[in-house]
Structure formats: C-alpha cells, structure tokens
Design a protein around this ligand. Structure first.
Ligand code: NAP
Length: 341
C-alpha cells in the first residue's frame, strides 16, 4: 500500500482537514484487506484498529496545474471548503492573491497534483511533472478530462503515483467562477484507497462523485457533448433559421428561448415522449416537405434538421413514420425496441 502524502494540523495547515475517516467494517476479511491504509495491521484486534482510525486525521493538500475555465472554478471551491491549496501552476505568472507559481518554481510536493490543462496538454504536463519530480510515490495525479482515460497518466504511474481521472459534469465556458455544489463528478480510478480519498474530497466540495469505467469514457463524453455544447449548437441552428425568416438577432434569441425553455422543462419533468409536439408528432408530411424546401439553400441547416428528424423517427412517438421517412429520404426501418439498456 503506498504511503499517501498526509500531514497533521500541528505541522502543516491548521485546522482545515480533509479527513479520510471511513474505514472498512471488517479489516480481517480477505475482500477488504486490500483497501486498508498501510499502517493498519490486520493482526491487531478489530476494536484497536477502529480506535486508531478514529484518532487518525489525514489531510491531503493540492496543487492545481492550469488556471483556465475549469481551474478558475476548482481553485475557489477548494479554498472555500478549507482544503489546503499548495500552489497553482500557470505558464505566465501574474499578480494574484492565489499561490500562483510557474513550472520553474513549482515544488510539486502536494498529495494531489490536479491537472486542469486542455486534454491535448495532459501528456506534456505529466512529462513535465515527472521530469521535475522523478518519484511520485505517495502522491495522486489526477486529470479532469471526460474523454481521456487514466492511461493518459501512465508516465506518472510509472513514477510511483496513484492516478485517476475526475471529470466535473458541468459547463465552464469562461473563467467566471461556477459553484461546484451539487455537481456530479465522473471518477475513473483503480486503487480503492485513492478512490476513498477522492470521494471524500469531492463530497467536501459539495460534489456528487460516481464511478466510471475506462471503456465507457468515450461514449460517456459523447453523451455530455450532446447534452451541452451540441445542445448549444442545436439552439444556435434554430436562431439562425429564425434570422433567415426575417427576425433580427435579439428577437430570434428571445423567440427560440420562448420555445426552448418550456420544452426543456417538459423533457425533464415528464420525459421526452410527452414533450414531443409539432409536425412529426402529427405525421404532417406536407409541412415537413415545406421545411425541407425552405432549407434547400442552407445545406448545413438542412443536414442538422434531417439528422434530428431521423433520430425522432427512430426514438420518439412519430405518426405516419413510414411516410415521413420517405419525405425525408430516409430508408424506412423498424422502430427500435423500447428497453432500459
Ligand atoms: N471547460 C469545461 O466546461 C470543462 C468541463 C469538464 C471538464 N473539463 C476539462 O478540464 C480540463 C481543462 O479544460 P478548460 O476548459 O479549463 O481549458 P482552458 O480554459 O483552455 O484552460 C486550460 C488552462 O491550462 C493552461 N495550460 C495549458 N498548458 C499548460 C501547461 N503545460 N502548464 C500549465 N498550464 C497549462 C492554460 O494556460 P494559459 O492560460 O497560459 O493558456 C489554461 O489556463 C480539460 O481536461 C477539460 O476536458 C473542462
């Protein structure tokens, strides 16, 4: 079991503690032994172990690497939760009340090194960490990508670190601070003690952690991309079509809002099937033909319309779906089975 970087209030950061205090119920069971901290000897009587665990207050301090859109929300969340922030590594130092440092002056000694750099910069940042600190034994290196797996941290793992990916299920489109209270966090981690530490940390931030498997990450992130950035794209397409119909920019935004907001509320209150209205729900092929005619000169808008319509034929309560499929030039196919897959 690796020795996680820990400290006590006496020799380090004062009373702000990240306490890792929930221990397995029965440390003697074979299934649980692998989860025990290194200092818990299963040969000790169970009661003694519980007392030791209760007395032990472990804290983990954190270095954040990258202060962009996500890092700018993570850092204040850590400090307001009283979690010790060791340093924030940036490429160009500027005046700040935060402990900003550049790579050159970084000490990289914190218990958790949390990468908040773009996905494409993760391998180079990990190499930089290992170049400056060849042994990462007792430390946890984390990245924030929803798409990349922990394999992106292989270099840190070879240097002795425990590794994990911790993905905030939230949109951070700018550096404005967004609260992490109630935010889901998808976690991919192999080691049980590291998992416990990260769950405890994220709960302390007000987050709701859940486990992810490496093999699911690409699909999981595709789902997230459909739910946020591509939803923005779908709404922008609607605004663009409204502009083409003669509405000015401000009016087209309000016009789309007046339809999209109640639709979103309906979807999450009643489900997609009971929120579906319009020419597809009515089986109105003639109206759809008029839409396609109007969109003819705008191939990208037409392609988006056809893609979303194709999915609606497949998954939503569309009337006269065979006729509508022909109108859209889709090859008609059997509707998919309802399932909970
Ligand atoms: N934004 C979101 O909505 C969101 C949501 C969930 C997860 N994430 C994940 O969070 C991570 C960061 O995304 P982001 O949106 O915050 O990106 P971002 O806004 O582009 O910020 C990235 C930051 O990393 C810094 N950086 C890049 N290379 C670096 C290096 N080698 N050393 C130190 N700093 C470096 C950049 O510095 P400069 O300021 O000098 O360019 C920038 O401040 C990604 O893994 C992303 O997948 C983002």
């Amino acid at each position: 079991m690796s020795d996680f970087r820990t400290t006590t209030p006496e020799n380090h950061f004062g009373p702000s503690l990240l306490t890792i205090a929930s221990f397995p119920a029965n440390p003697h069971s074979r299934r649980r032994k692998a989860h025990l901290p290194y200092w818990v000897k299963p040969t000790l009587p169970y009661g003694t172990i519980r007392k030791m665990a209760a007395r032990s207050r472990k804290i983990v301090d954190i270095s954040v690497i990258g202060l962009g859109n996500w890092g700018s929300s993570l850092v204040p969340a850590l400090t307001s939760a009283g979690i010790p922030l060791r340093e924030v590594i940036v490429r160009r130092k500027r005046r700040s009340r935060l402990p900003l440092t550049t790579w050159r002056d970084a000490n990289l000694e914190a218990g958790i090194l949390w990468l908040c750099v773009p996905d494409s910069a993760i391998p180079a940042a990990v190499k930089e960490i290992v170049r400056r600190r060849p042994s990462l034994s007792g430390q946890i290196v984390v990245h924030s990508s929803g798409a990349l797996t922990v394999a992106a941290l292989e270099t840190a793992k070879r240097a002795g670190a425990q590794v994990a990916s911790v993905h905030p299920v939230m949109t951070f489109p700018t550096r404005d601070v967004i609260s992490l209270h109630g935010v889901f966090f998808g976690i991919e981690v192999e080691d049980a003690v590291t998992r416990k530490i990260l769950y405890s940390l994220l709960r302390r931030l007000g987050g709701k952690p859940f486990d992810l498997r490496s093999e699911d990450k690409a699909m999981y992130h595709a789902a997230g991309t459909l739910a946020s950035p591509l939803l923005v794209s779908a709404l922008t397409v609607a605004m663009e079509a409204a502009r083409l119909a003669g509405l000015d920019e401000k009016t087209s935004r309000r016009w789309v809002q007046s339809l999209a907001e109640p639709t979103m509320r309906n979807v999450f209150a009643r489900g997609p099937e009971k929120s579906f209205s319009g020419p597809f729900a009515r089986g109105d092929a003639e109206t759809i033909r008029l839409h396609l005619q109007a969109l003819q000169e705008h191939p990208i808008l037409a392609a988006v319309y056809r893609s979303l319509a194709g999915f609606a034929l497949d998954a939503l309560p569309v009337k006269k779906s065979e006729t509508l499929a022909k109108t859209l030039h889709f090859v008609s196919r059997p509707r998919r089975e309802k399932s909970n897959e």
